[in-house]
Design a protein around this ligand. Structure first.
Ligand code: GLP
Length: 243
C-alpha cells in the first residue's frame, strides 16, 4: 500500500486527478470505478478542467459507480446518479450509455445486484477504482460488521453514516437507510485502486488503516491490504494522527 500525503484538499484532488488522467491517456478504453461523497468533488472538478483546457478525452471511457441509495431515482437531487451527472458526467465528453450507477428504483434488488457484478466482469473489469472512506472506515456502503459481502448487495447504513450523510438532505429522516453497494470482493477485483481522504474527520480511520496490516470486518477499508496495487492519497489533516 503506497501512501501520498498532500498539503491540503486541493493538492490531494490534483494528485488524484493526475493519477486518473494518466490512466485515461494510456488507455482510452479505461473502465473507471467511481465514488460519490464530498471527497472526490475536487478531483472531478480538476478532470473537468483537464477535459476543457487540455482535451482530456472520455469518449471511450466506461464507468461503474460503487453505490446508490435504495428508493431514490436518478432525478432525485440526493441520488448518486444525479450527483455523478452534476459533478462530472454532464461536463465531459463521456457517453451517458457508458456510465453505470446502480438503479435505486429497481424492482428486483437481488437480481440487479447480481447483474451489476456480471456487467462489470463482462465489460472487462474495473481498471482504476476511486474510493473515499467513511469516518468509521467504510468503503462504498460496506459498513463495519461481523461479516461483509463479497459481491454487490443490499447494504444497511449505520447510524454514524446516516448522521454523516444527513448534511446532504433537508432532514435526517429523509436519508435512506438502505443502499445497493458493490461488495468488498467486487472492489478488490479492480486492477488498481486509489483511496482519497481529507480532513480531520477521517484521521482516525486513516490511522487505523495505516497503522496495521491486519484485515478486519470492523474496518472494511482494511481489506485493501489484500490488494497488490493500492495508493492512498490523503491531505495532512487526514494524516495528522500518524505523526
Ligand atoms: C458515503 C459513500 C462512500 C463515501 C463516504 C464518504 O457513505 N457511500 O462511498 O466514501 O460516504 O463520504 P465523504 O467523501 O462525503 O466524506
Amino acid at each position: 500500500m503506497k501512501v501520498l500525503v498532500e498539503k491540503n484538499y486541493d493538492e490531494m484532488s490534483k494528485k488524484a486527478s493526475e493519477f486518473i488522467a494518466k490512466e485515461v491517456k494510456n488507455n482510452p478504453n479505461t473502465i473507471l470505478g467511481l465514488a460519490t461523497g464530498s471527497t472526490p468533488i475536487g478531483t472531478y472538478k480538476e478532470l473537468i478542467r483537464m477535459h476543457k483546457e487540455e482535451n482530456l478525452d472520455f469518449s471511450n471511457i466506461k464507468t461503474f459507480n460503487l453505490d446508490e441509495y435504495v428508493g431514490l431515482d436518478g432525478n432525485h437531487p440526493n441520488s448518486y446518479r444525479y450527483f455523478m451527472d452534476e459533478e462530472l458526467f454532464n461536463h465531459i465528453n463521456i457517453k451517458k450509455e457508458n456510465t453505470n450507477v446502480p438503479d435505486g428504483k429497481t424492482e428486483d434488488l437481488l437480481g440487479f445486484c447480481k447483474d451489476y457484478d456480471n456487467r462489470i466482469n463482462e465489460a472487462g473489469g474495473v481498471d482504476l477504482q476511486i474510493l473515499g472512506i467513511g469516518s468509521n472506515g467504510h468503503i462504498a456502503f460496506n459498513e463495519p460488521a461481523e461479516e461483509l459481502p463479497s459481491n454487490t448487495s443490499i447494504a444497511k447504513l449505520t447510524e454514524e453514516t446516516i448522521n454523516a450523510n444527513a448534511r446532504f438532505f433537508d432532514s435526517i429522516d429523509e436519508v435512506p437507510k438502505v443502499a445497493i453497494s458493490m461488495g468488498i470482493g467486487s472492489i478488490l477485483k479492480a486492477k488498481k485502486i486509489i483511496l482519497l481522504a481529507n480532513g480531520k474527520g477521517k484521521a482516525e480511520a486513516i490511522k487505523k488503516l495505516l497503522s496495521s496490516d491486519k484485515v478486519s470486518t470492523r474496518l472494511p477499508a482494511s481489506f485493501l491490504h489484500l490488494h497488490p496495487d493500492v495508493t492512498i492519497i490523503v491531505d495532512e489533516d487526514a494524516y495528522s494522527l500518524m505523526k
